[in-house]
Design a protein around this ligand. Structure first.
Ligand code: ZN
Length: 269
């Protein structure tokens, strides 16, 4: 006989012999509800579990993006994000916490993503900006590259490496109230460099509110999951969403005949 206290009241309970083994039950299925989506059946979920993504930056845009991928069961997340956390990052970087101000962002993001993923999820983060040689090496094992950096340099690096490896690339960006999203096919149609041949200068202290950066981050995460699941996506369409006017535009991006990335194409294996 044992005594338990429930809401401050004492009760006596006799422990009965177990009539069923606890492991006779099916283990809980964390992803049962998302598998009710028509494009996300058991086989598609298994593909997501077995997938590897490479992403540049896990800040205001890439943080919510990778958080959604980890929660949806993506098996391996490799990211690059350099620098120490500033107090003024905390209004938009969902993977960081006030305790981490003054310390590198990458370890904090690893811990947050690991906590949100499955026990089997692998998260590898680097306190550095991604270089072309890093992107080329990782694209040998990654199924998808994701550009979530504010600089075109990092996003073009990933886009080039993905096309070279014959892998898909998702690019997401925001400025002020405006957002852009582009899904680049592994081998066909326009790439990011068709649109932006060279990295333009950018404003370091660009205007950003988390509601906007997280919106486009999650729009990108949704397209990433569809790609990993094998569902159709709007390849080569530049999606522009202005949250202030709530105008949504989808434009077919023309391939630039002089684009060096498209001319080089996929590296022969
Ligand atoms: Zn191109």
């Amino acid at each position: 006989m044992t005594t338990n206290t429930v809401h401050g009241r004492s009760q006596n309970r006799v422990l009965e012999p177990a009539t069923e083994h606890p492991f006779d039950h099916e283990p809980p299925d964390r992803h049962r509800r998302q598998k009710l989506l028509p494009w996300l059946d058991d086989a598609a979920q298994e593909r997501i579990y077995g997938s590897t993504v490479l992403i540049a930056r896990v800040g205001g845009l890439g943080g919510p993006l990778t958080q959604s991928l980890a929660m949806a069961g993506v098996g391996r997340i490799i990211f690059y994000h350099d620098g120490n956390l500033l107090d003024e990052d905390l209004h938009r970087m969902v993977l960081m916490s006030p305790d981490g101000v003054g310390r590198p962002r990458a370890p904090q993001a690893i811990e947050s993503l690991q906590r949100r993923g499955r026990p089997e999820t692998r998260v590898e983060g680097f306190d550095a900006r991604i270089r072309p040689q890093d992107a080329a090496r990782w694209m040998e094992v990654a199924d998808l590259a994701i550009g979530a950096a504010p600089t075109y340099e990092e996003r073009l690096t990933l886009g080039d490496a993905a096309r070279r490896a014959g892998k898909p690339f998702v690019d997401a960006a925001m400025y002020d109230d405006e957002t852009h999203l582009l899904c680049v096919h592994p081998s066909e149609g326009a790439c990011l460099r068709c649109l932006i041949p060279e990295s333009p200068k950018w404003r370091d202290d660009f205007p950003v509110v988390a509601a906007v950066s997280a919106t486009v981050g999650n729009m990108a995460a949704y397209q990433c999951l569809r790609i990993l699941a094998g569902a159709p996506v709007p390849w080569g369409r530049l999606i522009h969403f202005d949250l202030e006017s709530m105008d949504f535009r989808k434009t077919k991006l023309p391939q630039n005949r002089e684009c060096p990335t498209c001319i080089a194409g996929t590296e022969p294996i």
